[in-house]
Design a protein around this ligand. Sequence first.
Ligand code: NDP
Length: 419
Amino acid sequence: MARVMIIGCGGVASVAIHKCCQNAEVFDEIMIASRTVSKCDALKEKLQGKTKTKITTAKVDADNTEELIALIREYQPDAVLNLALPYQDLTIMDACLACKVPYVDTANYEAEDTDDPAWRAIYEKRCKELGFSAYFDYSWQWAYMDRFKEAGITGILGTGFDPGVTSVYAAYAQKHYFDEIHTIDILDCNGGDHGYPFATNFNPEINLREVSAPGSYWEDGHWVEIEPMSIKREYDFDQVGMKDMYLLHHEEIEALAKNIPHVKRIRFFMTFGQSYLTHMKCLENVGMLSTTPIEFEGQQIVPIQFLKRLLPDPATLGPRTVGKTNIGCIFTGIKDGKERTIYIYNVCDHQECYKEVESQAVSYTTGVPAMIGTMMLVTGLWNKPGVYTTDEFDPDPYMEALNKWGLPWQVVENPVLVD
Ligand code: NDP
C-alpha cells in the first residue's frame, strides 16, 4: 500500500524497520537509506525472507539536500521517515518540500555546530525572548508551516515516545477526560540495568546534550529555567518501584503549552541513578561534553563526539538490559465542574523487546511510535498540509495502534501526584 523511505539505521530506526516489516499490509515497500550503507544491508539481510515488505537500501548523506532530493526523486516514496539525528531535520525537510513528499520525525531540530555565529545570533535572541536556553526548539521547524501548506504535504513532528506518545496522551485526555486540563507532569522512568558503569540508551551525543542542559518548565504563560538537575523528586512507578527523578527541559512542553488551552503548568521529569549523574558531572567538569572542536595532535576533534566513540553503542545494549520502562503523563483539571486527576502510562520490558526485535526498550518505545505516526500519515488518518506535532491530530486511531503494535497503555484515576 505505501512506499516509505527511512533515513538512518541506528537503534531507533532498527526497531521502526522491524515494525514496518511486521506491518507489511501498510508498508509494502521500504528503503533504508543511511550514511553507513553496510548497516542498512545487514538489517535488510536479517529481515528479508521473514516479511512481505520489499526492502531496498541506499547510501545517503542526509546533511546534503541535493543528494537527498536525487534519492527521493529516484525512489518516489509516499513519505520520508527521518530517524537520523536532529541535526538533519532541516535538510531532510527541505528535500521533502522540493519533492512534495510528506515528512515524519521523532526529535526537533538541533544545531550540530553551536558555535556557528549565524545560528548563535538567532539562538540568543530566542533565549532572551522565550526564556529557555536548550539548544533545540520548534521555531526552526514551525517556520516550514506555510511552505508545507502550499506544497500540500503533511509534516508530523516528533512521533517517538517523548515527544510523540506523551503528546497523543495529552490530546486523548483533552478529548475524553477533561473540559480543561490545568497541569501536566510527564514522567519518563527507565528502570533498566545494562550492567555498564556508564552508557546512554540512545545516541550519546544527543542524550548528554539534553540532560546536562538547564532544566525548565512552563508555568502561568511563561518559562521558568533552573540549574541542571536542581529539582529532584521521588516517585513510586508501577512495576518499577521507587526512583529519583529530575526536572528537565523537554521539547513537547513547548508544543503542549501552545496547543492545550487552559494549561497552567507543564513539567517533565526523567529518572537517573546516582552513578549516571556522577559520571556525567565528571565528564562535564573535564570538558568531555563540549561541542566546541579542539585541536589534538594536528587534528580537529569535538570532545562529545570523541566520547561517543568510547561509550557503548546504544544499539548493542539490547541483550544485556533487564528491567522495565514506565513512561506517561499525569493530568489534573476539570470535568463537568468537578476536579479530576488521571495518569496515562505504558510499561515496557527491556527483555521482551529484545526477544521481539533485538533492541532494548528505549529504542523500542521510540521506534514503534515512529512506525505508527508514519502509518497514520500514509493511510490518510492523519493528513493535514502543514507541520504539526502529534497532539494536533485525532488521538483515537493512534491510541488504538499503540495497543495493537506493542505499547499498550492504561488510564488510572486519582494517581499519586508529584509535589
Ligand atoms: P543512532 O545514533 O543510533 O542512529 C542514528 C542513525 O542516523 C545512524 O544510523 C547514523 O549513521 C545515521 N546518520 C547520522 N548522521 C547521518 C547523515 N548525515 N546522513 C545519513 N545518516 C546519518 O541514534 P538513535 O537511533 O538513538 O536516535 C535516532 C533519533 O531518534 C534521534 O533523532 C534521537 O534524538 C531520536 N530519539 C527520539 C526519542 C523520542 O522519544 N522522541 C527517544 C530516543 C531517540 P551511522 O550508522 O553512519 O552512524
